[in-house]
Design a protein. Structure first.
Length: 82
């Protein structure tokens, strides 16, 4: 579980972006590339400590491969044929 506020903000930003890209039609392979680029930028910029980047990667990877995070509830059409 992430506890650092800065790391949590990055987690929220990444997961929101992953959901938006999923809605646009990107799938797991492309989302993984996005995640790899984001994490590489974090490592290069030293925005957060390396061990926190590693923990963030673990959490977001778990989020990415859990397909229930990307499923949208199907709305039922109420067709009233009277």
């Amino acid at each position: 579980m992430l506890q650092d506020t800065q790391t949590i903000r990055h987690y929220q930003h990444i997961t929101d972006a992953l959901n938006q890209q999923w809605d646009r039609g990107y799938r797991t392979e492309e989302l993984r590339l996005y995640l790899d680029g984001y994490l590489a930028a974090l490592r290069h910029s030293n925005a957060i400590e390396p061990y926190r980047v590693h923990r963030l990667e673990e959490e977001v990877t778990r989020y990415l491969y859990d397909y229930s995070n990307f499923s949208r509830p199907q709305t039922e059409l109420d067709l009233d044929y009277n």
